[in-house]
Design a protein around this ligand. Sequence first.
Ligand code: COA
Length: 164
Amino acid sequence: MNKIAVYPGTFDPITNGHIDIIQRSGYLFDKLTIAVNDNQNPAKPYLFNTRERVEMIKKALLPSLNVEVESFKGLLVSYAEKKGAKFIIRGLRALSDFEYEFQMYLMNKKLNSELEIIYFMTNQQYSHLSSSIIKEIAKLGGDTSNFVPSVVEKKLLEKFSVNS
Ligand code: COA
């Protein structure tokens, strides 16, 4: 049986912390789909549209036969079922992630008890990273090159030079 996993996220934008999770989890599965959330969230408007977020991830990753990048709309569990995935990957940075992740875990398990949700502890070097903080640094003219892939750094510079 093929081991198929989905790594969902907003990835607005992808950071080196996400890349680390992708690299570490990619080895464990026959197929890994990076699934970019295409649902709108009024509480968290996106800086990058879905196509931009997908493209940045594709460019940031080394080509790999078992990793693909797609966007999805609707429930994560429905998308995972459609992909034939039995595993969902999430990253955990700090204790503060736990409550939110635990709630999502319980709800996703209620929706599909056969899914297994696997958590990767962040590499300590990335524990301070978040997409929001990266956007704030870029907006204020700071250097993001140590925190995001170069394609993302370039897109952030473009975005904020247009908006300033
Ligand atoms: N390193 C660095 N940063 C990390 C990280 C890591 N390893 N893991 C998470 N993050 C950060 C992200 O940068 C992001 O920061 P931000 O809050 O400042 O933007 C934050 O943690 C979480 O973002 P992300 O990992 O992209 O995921 P998300 O929490 O936005 O994703 C979905 C949520 C898409 C999985 C969830 O909303 C979903 O499943 N939606 C589909 C609809 C659905 O099924 N809803 C019911 C769910 S029970």
